[in-house]
Design a protein around this ligand. Structure first.
Ligand SMILES: [Zn+2]
Length: 109
C-alpha cells in the first residue's frame, strides 16, 4: 500500500466536436482538467496543482497544454475558471490545522 505521495483526480471535461486532431486529422475530442494533490494513506492533504490535457476521440492521442491549439487554449481557460480546486483536497490540511489549534488552546487553559 502506498502511504503517501501525489495523486491526480479528474475534475472536469469539455467536448470539442470541431477540433481537428493533428495526429489523425479527424474531428472531435475532449479537453480534461485534473487536480493533483498530496495524500497520506489516500487522505488528501493539500492540493499541488491542476493539469490539463486533451484527447482525440478517434486515435486517442493525448496532448498536453503546451501543444494546444488556440481553441483548445480558450477552452482550457474556461475549464480552469469553471472547475476550481475541490474543497476535499484540503481535508487533511484542515484536520491538521484544527488539531494544532486544539493543542494551542489546551496549552492556554
Ligand atoms: Zn486523432
Amino acid at each position: 500500500m502506498i502511504l503517501f505521495g501525489r495523486k491526480d483526480k479528474h475534475i472536469g471535461t469539455k467536448e470539442l466536436p470541431n477540433e481537428v486532431c493533428i495526429e489523425c486529422g479527424k474531428k472531435g475530442g475532449v479537453v480534461s482538467l485534473f487536480q493533483i494533490f498530496f495524500h497520506v494513506a489516500l487522505i488528501p492533504i493539500i492540493p499541488i496543482s491542476r493539469k490539463i490535457a486533451s484527447q482525440c476521440y478517434s486515435c486517442r492521442a493525448v496532448k498536453v497544454e503546451k501543444q494546444f491549439s488556440e481553441h483548445q487554449k480558450e477552452v482550457s481557460i474556461l475549464l480552469k475558471k469553471e472547475f476550481k480546486t475541490p474543497w476535499w483536497t484540503l481535508i487533511g490540511a484542515s484536520v491538521i490545522f484544527i488539531l494544532l489549534l486544539f493543542k494551542l488552546i489546551l496549552k492556554w487553559v
